[in-house]
Design a protein around this ligand. Structure first.
Ligand code: GAL
Length: 649
């Protein structure tokens, strides 16, 4: 397998005369993979059941002759107008009851039997026609599941939700118990009475909300599965993917990753945001982690500007290259773009393309060509290799993400704030950071950080306990083990099984000001002047330190106190503790310390493990993959690739 290079190719937007030039330019740029047909449903099936494959035959043949492999889409992401006209009941409906009409894209209810039946018919026709086509490399199912419509509240969705609930709970009594419906007279007498969490007077049932999140992720996955079932039957040897969107809240990628042959990701960091490279690094680490370190594909990135921010900054000279190397270093086996030729019409005409509006006498094109040559040179030695380095892990959990950001909580806390902060600190120490599930394999990681695992089953907490007791170094932060999987509180000091592991119990919450606000997607920021930010003191944090987001009244049982709160209200209450347990140790961090304090604490922990700390300045990355060490400066946008590192690496 080579390193893949290319992008989304939408030939239907252009007259056929342009296609020849497309293939010629692709060859010049070293393009070896084109994603074709993502939004072609209306052209492939212009009328109900009438297919027109002539144009697709011609372009696939041309690409094949030009040596370009094809990632062929199943084209189901944007239903044609005739389908919506014939069956308006397949259109999605918001929580407020607004129907979303055709005219943009992704206007389908994931539970709609009509949508699924028509999608299945289309996929069957495409699969049967192209399964043996010599250009076919990969199937690209749908596109960015859930991107615009991840939740539908229509009647078909309500019926599907009830089915999902019956499957989960069997009896309505069990649902009542799990949802805690004794509260506010919410009791159900039968599953027929249950609805999706449509717009309501005030706070909705939290477990209903969480189950609807779980259901909605599963329902999109069911759409994916229905297509995959056809593709596997018709072309069992062709690998299958669908494109993910990094840390995308609506869809639990742990469940999805099991069902793709290769993880593919779309990544659009903002060139004008100084935090973007650190966030992108984290996103790439997630993509590598989703299938246990297997190489993944950067399926979409912008050659330069996007068209969907308030201000769409172009990438600076060298920035696209530096970010592409960041993905390669962190395990990508392909660098692809949205899209090949910049559109002349439509809502994305101001989104950059590999072939810009102004043609090939442009900086963007030159950078595309140059990177293509560089990838071709690295291909044989890099493709298929794994990322090396000393490793730590962070637990990432969609249930906790969904639940922690529900309203009616102690504080508005964006879940990714903590994830991003701890990832950044481990990365700053030069460690390779993998993401793991709370009940996943942990034994290979000398250090595991668990930021705000708000929702956890007994089994998950036991698993974390066992990891520490067997010699692991477990770092648990606030908001962990507060609720069980039904969102019932763990009474008697929170933390459940982890009380013994950590040797502490919690008396009362005392949220503080200053959630750090995660890159793109912050929910909070507003702070009233009276709410204090936390102060901490403790040698392990480098003396005195600031902290944000959270505080609590914490009591050690067997744990030693390493740092305490030092601000009014929590003065003297433990903030960071450690507890020896079995052959390992478990730290508890009751707030979000500032970066220098996090790094001081983590260094002290990492030093106990025999791993090497190799501090890298902010904005720079040193990553080992295969025979190479990549030194990437994401401020200056420079890249050094050192070959053949010694055998210890
Ligand atoms: C992605 C999508 C592409 C294109 C791109 C623009 O979300 O998959 O089709 O819309 O964004 O940035």
């Amino acid at each position: 397998m080579p390193l893949w290079y290319g992008g989304d190719y939408n030939p239907e937007q252009w007259p056929e005369e342009v296609w020849e030039e497309d293939v010629r330019l692709m060859q010049r740029a070293g393009v070896n993979l084109a994603t074709v047909g993502v939004f072609s449903w209306a052209k492939l099936e212009p009328r109900d059941g009438e297919f027109d494959f002539g144009w697709l035959d011609r372009i696939l043949d041309q690409l094949h002759e030009g040596g370009v492999r094809v990632d062929l889409a199943t084209a189901t992401a944007s239903p044609p107008a005739w389908l919506a006209k014939m069956h308006p009941e397949m259109l999605p409906v918001t929580a407020e009851g607004t129907k979303l009409w055709p005219g943009s894209r992704q206007h389908y209810c994931p539970s709609s039997p009509v949508y699924r039946e028509h999608a299945r018919r289309l996929v069957t026709a495409i699969a049967e026609r192209y399964a043996e086509h010599p250009a076919l490399e990969l199937w690209h199912v749908n596109n960015e599941y859930g991107c615009h419509v991840s939740r539908c509240y229509c009647d078909a969705s309500a019926a599907a939700f009830r089915g999902w609930l019956e499957n989960r709970y069997s009896t309505v009594e069990a649902l009542n118990e799990a949802w805690g419906t004794a509260f506010w007279s919410q009791r159900y007498d039968s599953f027929d009475e249950v609805l999706p969490p449509r717009a309501a007077p005030t706070f909705q049932n939290p477990t209903q909300l969480l189950d609807f999140d779980r259901f909605s992720s599963d329902e999109l996955l069911a759409c994916y599965r229905a297509e995959v079932e056809v593709l596997r039957r018709v072309s069992p040897d062709v690998p299958i993917t669908t494109n993910f969107m990094g840390f995308f809240k609506p869809v639990d990628y742990w469940a999805w990753a099991k069902e793709v042959d290769v993880v593919a990701d779309d990544s659009y960091p903002d060139p004008a945001d100084p935090d973007a490279p650190a966030y992108a690094a984290m996103q790439r680490d997630l993509m590598r982690s989703l299938r246990g370190g297997q190489p993944w594909l950067l399926m979409e990135q912008a050659p330069s500007a996007v068209n969907w921010r308030q201000r769409n900054a172009p990438k600076a000279a060298g920035q696209m290259r530096a970010w592409s190397y960041q993905a390669l270093a962190r395990g990508a086996d392909g660098i692809l773009y949205f899209q090949w030729r910049q559109s002349a019409a439509g809502a994305e005409k101001f989104h950059s393309g590999m072939v810009p509006h102004s043609g090939t006498e442009t900086r963007v094109w030159r950078e595309i060509e140059e990177l293509g040559q560089e990838l071709a040179a690295l291909s044989d030695s890099l493709a298929g290799t794994r990322v090396g380095g000393d490793k730590a892990a962070i637990v990432l959990d969609w249930d906790s993400w969904w639940a922690i950001e529900q309203p009616a909580s102690p504080t508005a806390l964006p879940y990714l704030d903590g994830i991003f902060a701890w990832h950044r600190s481990l990365t700053a120490l030069g460690l390779t950071v993998d993401f793991v599930q709370a009940d996943g394999p942990l034994a290979d990681y000398p250090v595991v950080v668990v930021p705000s695992l708000f929702v956890a089953s007994d089994a998950q907490l036991q698993h974390l306990h066992d990891y520490a007791a067997a010699g692991g170094r477990l770092v648990v932060t606030h908001h962990t083990g507060i609720l069980d999987e039904n969102l019932h509180v763990r009474l008697g000091g929170y933390l459940g099984r982890l009380q013994e592991t950590l040797g502490v119990w919690i008396e009362e919450f005392s949220p503080t000001a200053g959630a750090i606000g995660v890159y793109e997607g912050a929910v909070v920021k507003a702070e009233s002047a009276e709410v204090p930010a936390a102060r901490l003191r403790g040698d392990v944090l480098g003396g005195s330190a600031a902290a944000s987001s959270w505080g609590e009244v914490l009591h050690p049982r067997s744990a030693s106190v390493l740092a305490e709160f030092a601000h009014a209200g929590l003065e003297g209450s433990p903030a960071v503790t450690v507890n020896e347990i079995g052959d390992g140790a478990a730290w508890y961090v009751a707030t979000l310390p500032e970066p220098s304090a996090r790094e001081a604490l983590l260094s002290a922990i990492v030093e106990q493990t025999g791993m090497t700390i190799e501090r890298v300045p902010e904005g720079q990355e040193v990553v080992r993959r295969g025979p190479y060490t990549f030194r990437i400066d994401l401020v200056q946008n420079t890249v050094e690739v050192e070959g053949a590192v010694d055998s210890e690496d």
